[in-house]
Design a protein around this ligand. Sequence first.
Ligand code: GRF
Length: 192
Amino acid sequence: MEKSTGKKNTAVFISGRGSNLKSLIKYSKTKKSLIKIVLVISDKSSAKGLEYANKSKINNIFIKYNNRRSFEKCLLKLLKKNNVDLICLAGFMKIISSSFIKKFYKPILNIHPSLLPKYKGLNTHSRVLENKDKYSGATVHIVNDKLDSGKIILQKKVKVLKSDNYKSLEKKILKIEHKIYPRAIIRLLTNY
Ligand code: GRF
């Protein structure tokens, strides 16, 4: 059981690389951080992000996804046990049910690599490039029962250059993701 430190006990859900997790861990270690990451959960045992959590000595758990019901039941149990106040989805590739959102009853944030409401769902960068958009970006939003549609907390734009390809655009956008996720948390928790 986690003790109360005045910081919000936070769980980060991942499925892969975990670069946003890394930035959240970095933020959580700063003096002024408003969160303490008490739990990292992955639905993939191979998720690289689990290694960061290990290195940072953060309790991390792989939960095998057999079906949504049993997966979410297990999640809710863990969240309760660890007194989690806030969930940050960071490259978590499973869709969370409205029943889970209701039962958890506390904020769930997600980071999405586009300027929502544009390009909900997958393959955002390819769609931006195909459509020759002049701008793309990243958005942190509250998770509700519709995919990538909850209240926007923070959004940042980047210019898409003619010379950009998938890789360069992804890199540019990830860089801003790492900046805005901690800022969005501060905004959410302080109403700033
Ligand atoms: C990020 O682009 C995030 O916006 C999206 O999935 C990707 C996860 O990357 N939801 P990482 O695992 O945090 O490196």
